[in-house]
Design a protein. Structure first.
Length: 312
């Protein structure tokens, strides 16, 4: 083979994917978050993160929903104040939780502590046997059922009106006080309050179903500019979102041109298929971000808060 016959091209003529103007430069002032964020290279996930921040900011300018779907891990790694601040600033307009979230949110508000040592407590059967958590939450859930209320906002109302010493850390209380929908989506038997004697399957099911109906209404509003984030829920919230979206499209017609994103330390099948890909096939954009919540979420929120302040 005669390699002298190779048909070569000039670097100045060929299509290239990396360009000098998109290369990252360290910020001159390390204390400036704006300079740091703008210094990130304009490629891959850095570009996606900037685009997501812009999409959230644009959604709120258009008065479109920014729905925050969450598992409990972000509470357990100390991120409740970030989520609460986004609620109080009018950025997050709806929160959807799994059942573990109300356990950790309640315990933090009540006692300023949460998250058992499961491996140790499981050995003697003491795991999930905390009296205050099981008795109080189940009592409130039965009250909510008797009043035909949804689970999430009723529990938030009770925490908000309590004398709990750390209720400022409650996402549920903040949602109630800011009058945004907070829905709780249960899988019976998955949460530590379900095996307490005060638990009522009727009340758990009734109040969580009411929350699902509320969530369907919220999802029906995301078309043409809304944003939906799934943060650390591997199965439950992605499945709930998919069902809520099909209900909304069935009743309301075409719902498209919205943004979704999944944040987790490992990318799982259901969040990527049910949140990022399938819902946006007929118009919209989906993103996946891999990293630890305690690093990724402060980065996201700080970028968002900074952009809001810059444009206010």
């Amino acid at each position: 083979m005669d390699f002298s016959k190779l048909k070569r091209t000039s670097i100045y003529e060929r299509k290239s994917l990396v360009e000098a103007q998109s290369i990252s430069e360290p910020p001159a002032s390390p204390s400036s978050f704006h300079d740091f964020f703008q210094s990130l290279p304009d490629y891959l996930k850095a570009r996606d993160l900037r685009s997501l921040v812009t999409a959230i900011h644009d959604a709120r300018k258009l008065e479109k929903p920014f729905i925050w779907m969450m598992g409990a891990h972000s509470i357990k790694v100390g991120l409740s104040p970030w989520i609460i601040q986004a609620i109080r600033r009018g950025l997050i307009t709806a929160v959807a939780m799994n059942g573990a979230c109300i356990v950790h949110d309640f315990e933090l508000a009540l006692a300023g502590t949460t998250s058992e040592d499961v491996a140790e407590a499981l050995q003697d059967g003491s795991f999930g046997m905390t009296k205050e958590t099981g008795a109080t939450l189940n009592h409130w859930i039965k009250e909510a059922a008797q009043q035909d209320r949804g689970l999430g906002n009723y529990v938030g109302e009770q925490i908000s009106g309590s004398t709990f010493s750390h209720k400022r850390l409650s996402i549920l209380a903040a949602a109630h006080e800011c009058k945004i929908p907070l829905t709780v989506h249960l899988g019976i038997g998955t949460d530590v309050i379900h095996h307490h004697p005060e638990a009522s399957g009727e009340a758990l099911g009734k109040t969580s179903l009411a929350d699902f109906h509320t969530f369907c209404d919220t999802v029906s509003q995301i078309g043409d500019g809304g944003v939906v984030l799934n943060v650390g829920s591997n199965v439950l919230l992605p499945e709930v979102f998919l069902k809520a979206l099909t209900v909304a499209r069935n009743i309301c017609g075409k719902i498209g041109n919205f943004t979704t994103a999944n944040f987790d330390m490992i990318q799982h099948y259901r969040p990527n298929v049910n949140v990022v890909r399938r819902p946006t096939l007929d118009g919209g954009t989906g993103y996946s971000f891999t990293g630890h919540h305690e690093i990724m979420l402060p980065l996201l929120f700080t970028a968002l808060f900074e952009q809001v302040e810059k444009n206010s």
